[in-house]
Design a binder for this molecule. Structure first.
Ligand SMILES: [Ca+2]
Ligand SMILES: [Ca+2]
Ligand SMILES: [Ca+2]
Length: 373
């Protein structure tokens, strides 16, 4: 697989230079030298000619709202300006649907430095750096193949895996949002472990797995499982960074864009299935950040059944404490809710976020999904 640096040509003719921001794994423009200017990066599309949904992932900043232009063979496909944010490097997704891309086409992203004149660096106005991390081309209707191999995912970066074709945006209403795990937009950091869909018609052919499938009783008839599962009981060796990650955001990250209407503290509940003493831990994050209150979701009760839970594993209570798994949404607008692997073999049916601290555990599938219209 090639890295972005190999595939991408940074244009200098008529553009400001771009630089690689290693700390954020992004391309960016330096406003110290280039204010209100555009830099550009270009790649030649080597995939099959066809129609694609194209998703750009940017990092929004407080200093200014950078603008991004997508061009194919010098034709403007679209333009996107980051939303205002109170949090630097907030991951933001923009999708252009049903774009015709011919094999050999030149795909270019232009990105600028911008200021909103609010933040100051010393006596000067502070600027945003037009950072972005990935451009993914996804064939509409693409699904995860049973073998787990991906087709048509020919972005500028290869750390971006696709489970669903659509960048579906969900909507929070009245302090509640619920999402089927299998309706994930993108998957990242899946080199060692990866989430696979199981449904009546789709079974991952990944070994070892260790148990039968449980889609018949899953919400929406489908769920995700992170495979292979090499630690199925505590006699199997625990290998950090392989079949276990106590650190959040490091392995098999799932990204769900959600539009929030109501800021505030949200308790996160997840519906999971575990059959033994293992495969019962997960992490949740927000906008690419992994606060302590999203780490180590834990299940002990309800074995061999789908079980909604919202408990955090702590030193004092290995089976988890209630009320400790939450995310604080500071501003209304688009955010990404992200989950990452803690234990391989985890089976993930659905998740929800509620402002109600005393939310009653749903017995069945739980609240319905709501898409942003
Ligand atoms: Ca399994
Ligand atoms: Ca496991
Ligand atoms: Ca489901």
């Amino acid at each position: 697989m090639q890295s972005a640096a190999c595939q991408t040509v940074v244009r200098s003719d008529g553009f400001a230079p771009a630089y690689k921001d290693g700390g954020h794994n992004a391309l960016a423009i330096n406003p110290d030298s280039y204010k209100d200017k555009f830099a550009a990066a270009e790649t030649t599309f080597t995939g099959k000619s066809g129609t694609y949904n194209i998703t750009l992932t940017t990092l929004a900043e407080t200093d200014g709202e950078s603008t991004y232009k997508l061009l194919i063979d010098d034709r403007r496909i679209g333009q996107f300006t980051n939303p205002k944010t109170s949090q630097d490097y907030r991951q933001t997704l923009k999708t252009w649907n049903n774009v015709l891309v011919e094999k050999g086409a030149k795909i270019r992203v232009e990105f600028n430095s911008a200021t909103n004149s609010q933040a100051r660096q010393g006596s000067r106005k502070a600027y945003s750096r037009g950072r972005w991390t990935t451009l993914a081309l996804i064939p509409p209707g693409a699904t995860l193949s049973p073998s787990g191999s991906q087709t048509g995912n020919t972005g500028l970066r290869d750390s971006f895996d696709v489970i669903n074709a659509d960048t579906t945006v969900f909507e929070e209403m009245n302090g509640l949002v619920a999402v089927e795990a299998e309706h994930v937009s993108v998957q990242m950091l899946s080199e060692k472990r990866k989430w696979y869909v199981t449904s009546a018609t789709k079974k991952p052919n990944i070994s070892p797995d260790g148990d039968e499938s449980h889609e018949a009783s899953a919400s929406g008839g489908a769920y995700l499982e992170v495979l292979p599962d090499t630690r199925r009981n505590n006699s199997n060796k625990l290998i950090r960074g392989e079949n276990f990650s106590n650190e959040p955001g490091k392995m098999a990250v799932l990204v769900y864009p959600v539009h929030f209407n109501t800021p505030g503290r949200y308790y996160v509940w997840v519906r999971a299935y575990s059959t033994g003493s293992e495969d019962n831990g997960l992490h949740v994050g927000l906008d690419g950040k992994w606060p302590e209150s999203g780490q180590r979701l834990q299940w002990c009760e309800g074995k061999n059944t789908w079980r909604w839970e919202s408990k955090q594993r702590t030193n004092e209570q290995h089976c988890g404490e209630p009320y400790k798994i939450y995310l604080d949404i500071e501003n209304s607008g688009l955010h990404t809710i992200e989950f990452s692997m803690r234990e391989d073999g985890f089976e993930f049916d659905k998740w929800l976020m509620t402002k109600d601290r005393d939310f009653a555990r749903p017995a069945g599938a739980g609240p319905a999904e709501k898409l942003l219209k």
